[in-house]
Design a protein around this ligand. Structure first.
Ligand SMILES: NC(=O)c1ccc[n+]([C@@H]2O[C@H](COP(=O)([O-])OP(=O)(O)OC[C@H]3O[C@@H](n4cnc5c(N)ncnc54)[C@H](OP(=O)(O)O)[C@@H]3O)[C@@H](O)[C@H]2O)c1
Length: 309
C-alpha cells in the first residue's frame, strides 16, 4: 500500500474493495473516495444492489459477492448484515482477497473473519457508532463519529487511518468487551426510541391529542441535548424520581397499574436505575439524597430486593 497523504486527501492512493453494498458499505466507501481512496471492486448480492453500487461508487468491477476477488486492492471492507457475516467470510476466503479485511459489525470482533485470517489476511473491525437509516453518501456525515476497532496490528492501524480520514474518532474495543459495548449501543439508540414509543403508547391509551406525541419527542430532544452538554449524563437527570418525590412517584405507578399494568415493572426498574445512578454519583443536597435513598428502599421492597448501591 502506498498512501500519499495530504491534509485534504488523507487516503490518496488507497485501493478499496467492498463486500455488501448496503447502507453502511456504500457510505464508508463514498467517504473513503472523498478522502482520496478509489473503489476498485464491489461484490454484493442482488442485481439491484450491484447497479446501485456501480452508479454510486463507479467501481471498476461489480460482481455477485461469491465472485469477488480483491487481491489487487489494499483493503476489503465487509459490510453485509450480521446474520450472514460468518457465511460471507467463508465465501470470501475461497478467493484471493486484499491483505487487510475489516468488517463493520458492532456486535462482532475481528474473529468473525477467521476464515480469511486463516489464509494469511490481516483482519479487524471498524464499527461506526451511528445509525444509517439509508446510505449517507455526503462525506460530512462521517465527521464526529466514534469508530470502534479491534484486530491485528496492521488491520487496526488501517482502521484508525480510515476513521481519522472520515473526521471521526477511532477507539479500541477489544474482543472481550465487544458484546456489552454493543448492548450499550443498543440502549443508547434503540432503548431511547423504545421509551419514546412507550410514551406514545400511553398517549393512545389515554386518548390524548396525538400532538402530545410530538411534544414528548421535543422533550426528549431537549433532554438528550442537556445530557450531551453535561459533564456526564447522570448530571442531566431530572423529574420526580430524581427529586425523591415519593408521593408523586407512587401515585403515577398506581395510575399506570390501572391503565397499562404491563408497564409497571418497567417503570419501577427505570426509577430504581435512576436512583442507583444518582446515589452513586456526586453529592446532591443532603435532604434530597435522603429522599432518594428512602424512595429506593421503598420501591425495591415492592420487588423483594433491598440491595442499596
Ligand atoms: N444500518 C446501521 O445503522 C448500521 C450502523 C452501524 C453498523 N452497521 C453494520 O453494518 C453492516 C451492514 O449493515 P447495513 O445496515 O448496511 O445492511 P444493508 O443495508 O442491509 O446492507 C447489506 C448489504 O449486504 C449485501 N449482501 C451481500 N451478500 C449478502 C448475503 N449473503 N446475505 C445478505 N446480504 C448480503 C446486501 O445485498 P442486497 O442489497 O442485495 O440485499 C446489502 O447490499 C452490519 O454488520 C451492521 O451491523 C449498521
Amino acid at each position: 500500500m502506498n498512501l500519499t497523504r495530504t491534509a485534504s486527501r488523507p487516503l490518496r492512493g488507497l485501493r478499496l474493495a467492498l463486500a455488501g453494498a448496503g447502507r453502511v458499505g456504500l457510505s464508508l466507501v463514498a467517504w473513503a473516495q472523498a478522502a482520496g481512496g478509489r473503489a476498485v471492486a464491489v461484490g454484493t448480492r442482488s442485481e439491484a444492489s450491484r447497479q446501485r453500487a456501480a452508479q454510486v461508487l463507479g467501481a471498476e468491477r461489480v460482481t455477485p459477492l461469491e465472485e469477488l476477488t480483491s487481491a489487487d486492492t489494499d483493503l476489503l471492507l465487509v459490510a453485509v448484515g450480521d446474520p450472514v457475516l460468518d457465511a460471507v467470510a467463508v465465501t470470501l476466503a475461497l478467493r484471493a482477497q486484499a491483505p487487510i479485511v475489516l468488517h463493520v459489525a458492532g456486535s462482532r470482533d475481528a474473529s468473525a473473519l477467521a476464515p480469511l485470517a486463516a489464509g494469511g489476511v490481516h483482519t479487524g473491525s471498524l464499527h461506526p457508532l451511528r445509525a444509517f437509516p439509508r446510505p449517507l453518501l455526503d462525506p460530512t456525515a462521517g465527521q464526529g463519529i466514534v469508530f470502534a476497532t479491534d484486530g491485528d496490528a496492521p488491520a487496526v492501524d488501517l482502521a484508525w487511518q480510515l476513521a481519522t480520514a472520515f473526521g471521526g474518532t477511532p477507539v479500541a474495543v477489544p474482543a472481550a468487551q465487544r458484546r456489552l459495548y454493543h448492548f450499550a449501543a443498543t440502549l443508547a439508540a434503540g432503548g431511547v426510541v423504545t421509551l419514546l414509543a412507550t410514551a406514545a403508547e400511553l398517549v393512545r391509551a389515554l386518548e390524548l391529542d396525538p400532538a402530545v406525541e410530538r411534544g414528548y419527542l421535543e422533550l426528549a430532544r431537549g433532554a438528550v441535548e442537556a445530557a450531551a452538554a453535561a459533564p456526564e449524563p447522570t448530571a442531566a437527570i431530572t423529574g420526580p424520581v430524581a427529586r425523591g418525590d415519593r408521593d408523586l412517584v407512587f401515585r403515577q405507578l398506581e395510575a399506570l397499574a390501572q391503565t397499562l399494568p404491563a408497564l409497571t415493572p418497567l417503570a419501577r426498574e427505570l426509577a430504581l436505575q435512576t436512583l442507583r445512578l444518582l446515589l452513586a454519583s456526586g453529592p446532591p443536597s443532603a435532604p434530597q439524597r435522603e429522599a432518594q435513598r428512602a424512595l429506593f428502599v421503598e420501591l425495591a421492597a415492592t420487588r423483594g430486593n433491598h440491595e442499596l448501591p
